[in-house]
Ligand binder design. Sequence first.
Ligand SMILES: *[C@@H]1O[C@H](CO)[C@@H](O)[C@H](O)[C@H]1NC(C)=O
Ligand SMILES: *[C@@H]1O[C@H](CO)[C@@H](O)[C@H](O)[C@H]1NC(C)=O
Ligand SMILES: *[C@@H]1O[C@H](CO)[C@@H](O)[C@H](O)[C@H]1NC(C)=O
Ligand SMILES: *[C@@H]1O[C@H](CO)[C@@H](O)[C@H](O)[C@H]1NC(C)=O
Ligand SMILES: *[C@@H]1O[C@H](CO)[C@@H](O)[C@H](O)[C@H]1NC(C)=O
Ligand SMILES: *[C@@H]1O[C@H](CO)[C@@H](O)[C@H](O)[C@H]1NC(C)=O
Length: 298
Amino acid sequence: MHMVFPYLGALLFCASYAASVPNPDNTICTPTGSIPSDNNKLIFIANAWNATPQGFQCISVNSYSTAFNATWQWPSDRNAVHSYPHVKFQPKLLPIVISDISAVTLSASWSISAPAKDLDSRITGMVSNVAWDMFADEDPAAAQVDASAKYEVMVWVGRYGDPKPIGFSSGLCQNQTVTVGDTSFSLYCGSTSSGSRNLTTYSWVANSNVSTSHIDFLQLLKPLVDNNLLASSLSLGVIGFGSEAYYAPENVTFMAQDFGVNLTSKTRGSEAASLGLDMMHTKFLAMIMVACHVFLSL
Ligand SMILES: *[C@@H]1O[C@H](CO)[C@@H](O)[C@H](O)[C@H]1NC(C)=O
Ligand SMILES: *[C@@H]1O[C@H](CO)[C@@H](O)[C@H](O)[C@H]1NC(C)=O
Ligand SMILES: *[C@@H]1O[C@H](CO)[C@@H](O)[C@H](O)[C@H]1NC(C)=O
Ligand SMILES: *[C@@H]1O[C@H](CO)[C@@H](O)[C@H](O)[C@H]1NC(C)=O
Ligand SMILES: *[C@@H]1O[C@H](CO)[C@@H](O)[C@H](O)[C@H]1NC(C)=O
Ligand SMILES: *[C@@H]1O[C@H](CO)[C@@H](O)[C@H](O)[C@H]1NC(C)=O
């Protein structure tokens, strides 16, 4: 009889813990739509802005928002980007004036799985990249909207099937190559216009696939400012990480983990938009859940 009370106590504890577990696994297979992380510092965005009826894309996020997958297939028009499934970082320090940035680290690990023949660069296989995508503008509000900002800075850390950055045909921009850590990045620049909008894009393209990185982004931002390509008075408003999907006749899955942005302002302190703390919470929750599971199955 005495045994009932601790049992009930543990049962209630397990039940209340189960109720506090964040949202279950989440998948979106429509061209638009997004999934916010529990701490709201990240948001996972489908962004299939150029979807075709013959293709599809599904994004999925695990329960604790620590891993993100995008499975897609775009079987036509090899040279056009069809989607940019990505995670967007939302530290409260954004927007930030470029001259006020004292440090910014971009972290991520990724991999791509696809049928072997699509990964073989010797034949006509899939086309995609893996890239950070940042937006900036004179107007801090416009800087936070990727459809209205006037400047884009990309950092390409993966290339499959030789996709070309904007301005590639003009050759290296100002002959600039910068080495950050072990990776050499080459700069391309160009612009695209639609309607009244003219977007200038700077792309730093890594010479290899960099599947795990902690990039000191200031080392790539500073040369743009020092060479009068970007004014230091612009505000940086958007930071995202994902994969531009151009072409694949079969399923391709882009997988990303351990993503985060750590931004430090000269005047407003430092902020990490990541799931680092939540990761500890996640592991703790997982331990409790296993214990509860074992207990409830007794
Ligand atoms: C991503 O795909 C891999 C391989 O299929 C799977 O093991 C993993 O659970 C998936 N992750 C998410 C977040 O869907
Ligand atoms: C471009 O840079 C390379 C390597 O730094 C150098 O050898 C070459 O002379 C440069 N070309 C021009 C046109 O400045
Ligand atoms: C867009 O801006 C770039 C860079 O300022 C400039 O070179 C280009 O001529 C502009 N294009 C149009 C159509 O205004
Ligand atoms: C990245 O990996 C793919 C598949 O192995 C390969 O075809 C491609 O050339 C690599 N990209 C770079 C930039 O090395
Ligand atoms: C391709 O992905 C879709 C959506 O995830 C799935 O339903 C389908 O079975 C996959 N096809 C193959 C051949 O794996
Ligand atoms: C973020 O960067 C700042 C400055 O480099 C550093 O002091 C801080 O420890 C970093 N925070 C995290 C969570 O990595």
